[in-house]
Design a protein around this ligand. Structure first.
Ligand SMILES: Cc1cc2nc3c(=O)[nH]c(=O)nc-3n(C[C@H](O)[C@H](O)[C@H](O)COP(=O)(O)O)c2cc1C
Length: 351
């Protein structure tokens, strides 16, 4: 691991890290041979950063300089939203998550897996829109800027109001110059308070349709969480398929976190577990969804969505496993935060 390059400091607040973004660096970036495509846009490699590590445009340009070609701007909203209090990133000790764990133990030091607790903070739209616009202008040609957005539920909102809020943010992102938009559907749904939007196919489709109407032909991805089974995968992909160009997965695998020998953290509420411990579950989901969209394509001739592998990828071998499983691209979060040279390591060991 390269200790000399700056990285996100998990002991500091989100705002501190927002203000302390590193400058781009000048390094040799070995090419990945082949022809690559991100939701229909040509791109130099399948390597990207998932929504999370890139808090603002300076973080985007830092990781672009370090060999990532698709840069996803951390999820933004139609209103300003503060971050949850520290700790935002709690190392955990797990081998491989399967989903449905009753709890996972926190660890003293960071290995390769942690619980993530930010609450999707957002700067005000005037701030992020100006930042996206400037960032797109400063990013080298050939790098793609994806903006992740989420709706902000207000008390008593209907599903249509939620869909409109998704569409509003998506349209602003496109007006600001985003090359593609991602809507985070791994978040609570107003209409069914016990669910997540990606687990409500009809509601997810309504939001996706509204976003598609708002952004025209701009490439559009939906980010989803951990699916329970192939049936759930089939229902969701059939519902959102007509409106999206890509599906990014897996956001995380949720579980409550317990301090060693002590109490449950976060008042016992589950948090998204991210990093190496979700690699196998995410790969399984990639295979399931690939099979599902391919079968639909063979049966009905509907264009299959591009699948973006997210979750636990650290090495060239992990990236290859995602590609073999059916991903068109692979996006990293934890690996790139733990070691900012992650893309360079992948490129240097690409066979
Ligand atoms: C610090 C951090 C912040 C994140 N914030 C978001 C977010 O704002 N929106 C989102 O869709 N996913 C978010 N995620 C989830 C990541 O996009 C990704 O799905 C997850 O970390 C799994 O990938 P990994 O194992 O490579 O970390 C975040 C993850 C991390 C580590």
């Amino acid at each position: 691991m390269n200790e000399s390059l700056p990285r996100y400091d998990r002991l500091q607040s989100y705002d501190w890290n927002y203000a302390h973004a590193p400058e781009p660096v000048e390094v040799d970036v070995p090419a990945i041979p082949g022809t690559w495509d991100f939701c229909g846009l040509p791109v130099a490699s399948p390597l990207g950063i998932a929504a999370g590590p890139l808090l603002n445009g300076r973080w985007v340009r830092y990781y672009a300089s370090l060999g990532f070609d698709v840069l996803t701007y951390k999820t933004v909203r139609s209103v300003e939203r503060a971050c949850y209090p520290l700790p935002n990133l709690v190392p955990v000790e797990v081998a491989q998550m399967a989903g449905g764990e009753r709890e996972v133990p926190a660890a003293e030091t960071m290995g390769r897996t942690w619980a993530v607790s930010f609450g999707m903070p957002s700067k005000a739209p005037t701030v992020w829109r100006a930042d996206v616009e400037e960032t797109r202008k400063l990013l080298p040609r050939g790098k793609l800027l994806v903006v992740s957005v989420v709706a902000t539920e207000q008390p008593g909102w209907s599903l249509d109001q939620m869909a409109d809020d998704y569409a509003r943010c998506a349209q602003w992102a496109v007006e600001s110059g985003a090359d593609a938009v991602e809507t985070n559907f791994s978040c609570p749904n107003v209409c069914t308070s016990d669910g997540q939007l990606y687990q409500q196919p009809a509601d997810a489709a309504r939001c996706a349709e509204r976003v598609r109407d708002a952004i025209g032909r701009t490439p559009y991805l939906v980010k989803i969480g951990h699916l329970r089974d192939a049936e759930e995968a089939a229902a969701l992909t059939a519902a959102i398929g007509p409106f999206v160009d890509g599906i990014a997965m897996t956001n995380s695998v949720a579980a409550p976190v317990r301090r060693p020998g002590g109490e449950l953290l976060f008042d016992g509420a589950p948090r998204g577990i991210c990093g190496a411990g979700i690699l196998e579950a995410s790969l399984r989901q990639m295979r399931t969804v690939r099979q599902t969209v391919t079968q639909r394509y063979l049966r009905e001739g509907t264009k299959p969505a591009s699948l973006i592998g997210v979750g636990g990828a650290f090495s060239a071998e992990d990236v290859r496993r995602y590609l073999v499983a059916g991903a068109a691209a692979v996006h990293l979060a934890t690996a790139a935060m733990v070691d900012p040279t992650a893309a360079l390591q992948v490129r240097n060991t690409w066979l």
